[in-house]
Design a protein around this ligand. Structure first.
Ligand code: ADP
Ligand code: MG
Ligand code: MG
Length: 516
């Protein structure tokens, strides 16, 4: 496969140039909050018992080339994706079926569903639902046509705690800054203006989604001030990413109170009003008297089984779900983001069976044709004909090389790749195989870049993953969509020898696009 830039980019650097770039990137990153709390391997708790340190986020020294038409394609389908996933999360029967197919091997999904069932039995109190979504893609070279084309193919669609929106805005700004100050000074200069660095307003876009939900929540009948809660994990290291969204809300809408609440403290600091609406009340821990009515709960936690160490955590989720606060996301929206749903939606229609997609949006429009183009082959691992076919591929030592096996999990580090698949499957009871999906690996054209991680440079082939954010506010009961916006983008990059690309998990790094 041809390289995207012919190999001249990024330029090769002298030792002095490397040092100068490292210095500039380190300072700009801390100066502007392109930072994380340190991993214990970098700064231990003994060295920093008060938790005052921050370290730079792993980042590429140069923006990675990304095909312009692919970038445009990913951006242009986002609003259709928002609409699709809002519709999926409204289809409780469909989601019930999905849960039934995976719950045998997946207690976590079953527990989520049980919480939903309990709330449904007493009646949901809040019809509005907020989605801060992110659809992730890799570039795929289609050689099946006469003139090979580049297209984006969807890796996955995230409906809960889609992160890096804050940091991605700052990574784009870092590369713009370097393009102004450093790149033109190199021995092989990159003249200012020769890079095409698109605006990235993700922090603004996501904050605007939260603000819209806040405004849609009526003034408190209980005469409390309204507030937004960021529901976070204890010990979160990716805290500045979240803070950037808070700071953006504070800048754009200074009258909106925003509080951070640890998931483990939900039941300690919140209560439900004894009214038919069950308003969620937040008592400010540092004050005797300050009580807020929570208009929006933005979850940056609750997606990982580790967030639910015991019954109390499940009680807390139930408490939130039955409250009147607008949830981002509800349990139904969280379930809509499972890989099983993605697999079902990408299954093409046959002469006798219409596509599952057509249940949710008209599938004969140009917009939906664009959506189809982003799909890649994903197979069930159940006992249907397609599932049995997929099992054969997954167990075959040669065929399995082209696939990734995915459970219904989020947050990185959960997938099984290529030759690891057969042995893994054999370690799982066959009755549980249906809780996985099998996906074709996307192999993007090679890109070269230099990653700065913990002060060291790693140079070589990299794989880039583009994320496009979207915000959607809809009425679960009527289907009315009150807001539907594309909300910026993210580029994450990993070494081409690494399977997983999670920045937080320590595999990938932040990047930005230069359009080619
Ligand atoms: P998660 O919800 O845990 O982020 P993903 O589906 O995004 O799960 O998979 C994690 C990572 O694995 C991705 O960021 C990507 O690097 C890699 N990956 C997943 N699916 C594919 C695929 N079909 N082709 C190539 N790489 C993939
Ligand atoms: Mg992912
Ligand atoms: Mg995900």
């Amino acid at each position: 496969m041809a390289s995207l830039t012919g190999g001249a980019y990024p330029p090769s650097l002298k030792a002095e140039e490397r040092e100068a770039l490292i210095e500039t990137v380190k300072d700009w990153s801390i100066g502007n909050g392109l930072a994380v709390r340190p991993p214990p391997t970098v700064i231990s708790a003994e060295t920093d018992p008060k938790g005052i340190s921050a370290v730079t986020v792993p980042v590429t020294l140069f923006p990675s080339p990304f095909p312009r038409q692919c970038f445009a394609q990913a951006k242009s389908v986002q609003r259709t994706y928002n609409e699709l996933y809002a519709a999926v999360s409204r289809d409780e029967k469909f989601l019930a079926q999905v849960v039934k197919e995976v719950e045998g091997g997946d207690e976590f999904i079953r527990n989520l569903w049980n919480v939903h069932q309990k709330v449904k039995a007493e009646g949901y109190s809040q019809p509005l639902s907020l989605g801060l979504f992110r659809s992730d893609y890799m570039v795929h070279q289609d050689t099946s046509t006469l003139t090979p084309t580049l297209q984006v193919k969807q890796v996955e669609f995230n409906t809960i705690a889609a992160s890096f929106g804050g940091l991605s805005t700052y990574t784009s700004l870092l590369h713009k800054y370097l393009a102004k100050t450093e790149y033109s000074l190199l021995d092989t200069p990159i003249p200012e203006g020769s890079l095409d660095l698109p605006e990235n307003t993700t922090a603004h876009g996501l904050a605007a989604g939260i603000e819209a939900a806040y405004l849609a929540y009526p003034e408190s009948e209980l005469k409390h001030e309204k507030a937004v809660i960021f529901l976070v994990q204890g010990g979160e290291r990716n805290v500045f990413d979240q803070r950037h969204l808070e700071y953006q809300i504070a800048k754009a809408s200074p009258s909106i109170p925003v509080f951070r609440l640890r998931y483990a403290d939900i039941l300690k600091h919140t209560s439900l009003a004894d009214t038919p609406k069950r308003q969620l009340l937040y008592r400010l821990p540092r004050s005797q008297s300050k009580v807020y009515e929570v208009a929006v709960v933005y979850m940056r936690s609750g997606y990982d089984p580790n967030d639910y160490p015991g019954q109390e955590a499940w009680d807390a989720r139930y408490h939130l779900e039955r409250s009147h606060a607008i949830k981002c996301p509800t349990i139904l929206t969280q379930l809509a983001g499972t890989k099983k749903v993605q697999q079902i939606l990408t299954t093409p229609k046959t002469p006798s069976v219409p596509s599952a997609l057509s249940k949710f949006i008209r599938d004969d429009t140009d917009d939906v044709a664009e959506l189809w183009r982003t799909f890649t082959n994903i197979y069930p691992m159940d006992t249907s004909d397609a599932g049995l076919e997929a099992r054969k591929k997954a167990l075959d030592p040669q065929l399995c090389q082209a696939y990734v096996l995915k459970p219904q999990r989020e947050g990185g580090g959960n997938n099984i790749y290529r030759s690891s698949i057969p042995a893994f499957l054999k370690s799982v009871p066959e009755a549980h195989w249906g809780s996985f999906i099998l996906m074709e690996l996307i192999t993007p054209p090679p890109v070269h870049n230099i990653i700065l991680r913990n002060g060291n440079l790693e140079e070589g082939g990299v794989i880039c993953e583009l994320g496009v954010y979207g915000t959607c506010l809809w009425d679960q009961n009527t289907g009315e969509v009150r807001r539907n916006e594309e909300a910026g983008h993210l580029l994450r990059t990993k070494g081409d020898k690494s399977e997983e690309g999670g920045v937080a998990a320590g595999f990938g790094c932040m990047d930005s696009v230069t359009l080619v």
